[in-house]
Ligand binder design. Sequence first.
Ligand SMILES: NC(=O)c1ccc[n+]([C@@H]2O[C@H](COP(=O)([O-])OP(=O)(O)OC[C@H]3O[C@@H](n4cnc5c(N)ncnc54)[C@H](O)[C@@H]3O)[C@@H](O)[C@H]2O)c1
Length: 342
Amino acid sequence: MLRMAAVGCGYWGPNLIRNFNNHPDVELVAICDLDAKRRAHMSGLYPQALVTDTFADVINDTSIQAVVVATPVSTHFPLGKAVLESGKHLFIEKPMAASADECRQLVNIAKTKNLQVMVGHTFLFVPAVRMIKDLIRDGELGDIYYVNIQRVNLGIFQKDVNVVWDLVPHDVAMLNYLFDSTPTRVSATGQCFVQREKELEDVAFVTLEYPQGQMAHLHVSWLDPNKIRNATFVGSKKMVVYDDVAMTDKIRIFDKGVDVMPHYDGYGEFHLAYRHGDILIPKIDQVEPLKVETSHFIDCVMGRDVSLSNGALGLQVVEVLEKACASIKDGGKPQELTFAKV
Ligand SMILES: NC(=O)c1ccc[n+]([C@@H]2O[C@H](COP(=O)([O-])OP(=O)(O)OC[C@H]3O[C@@H](n4cnc5c(N)ncnc54)[C@H](O)[C@@H]3O)[C@@H](O)[C@H]2O)c1
């Protein structure tokens, strides 16, 4: 059994705690949160666990082997560093930390101490995303031309990071995974409408370029009347629309496209033939992504698997966030991306 603790049980932490607690190889021994109401709630759910406001209770317990951190982004580095330095494996929510330098430090400590650091890039564990990965890998969509993603809702406003740091990690991690590569360039524009004094953008438009010419456009916002989590993948052969909030039919594969055909009455001339074929709605596993994600972490800690969402990916994502925000500050000027090996 792996003895685990969790730090941070606000909105997201309880989802992780429930899944880790349900894992047959895990014994949940401690939960830490600064908020008394959250602690009272968690005590009711997990009476067997020590529920504390003192992080040192987790760090100093040498029997605890792994810790889940789901606190605000600004606390990720100090908490994550202390977890790793105390010799415990770390599952940390996205984004990994508040700067690339902090991420690098976490990766290096984990490497030196031979510990797992996994980042909660949930979309790598979503069955629909895995199906799109298979479609791309098998050439079903042809060459991917571009991806358009909308990740918008009314809130939830974060107090310590802007909308880019809050929502774009999902898309960068997902696209890096799907394309098996890292973007070469990012440009972005954004505005602060609600949290002006804090200079925290609540809406942003981000464009990424990937090495094989794929473009990705991301619209992220905390200021939208509708909750939309929608991605359209346009390939040379087929197109896919992925609707993450749909209860069923999350993926639709459109056999649509445009073929460039030689013109019958002119050598070297071409015309465009539009293809309107079938629409396929494949059956997708109904498994909870967090169940897959938390099991994957346990498998990595137990040496049964190699991490899909390791510290190196967490760092790459944060490097993109930094450059996207630099582009916003610079009026949308494109920023080149290079990723040093860690
Ligand atoms: N993977 C996903 O899909 C997903 C979804 C939502 C949030 N998140 C991530 O989860 C993290 C937490 O977000 P949230 O929305 O749950 O935030 P939240 O504010 O609702 O909860 C954070 C909790 O951490 C506690 N906390 C703060 N500092 C602490 C400290 N030093 N020690 C102990 N407890 C502390 C707070 O009291 C609060 O209960 C963020 O990194 C966020 O990006 C991930």
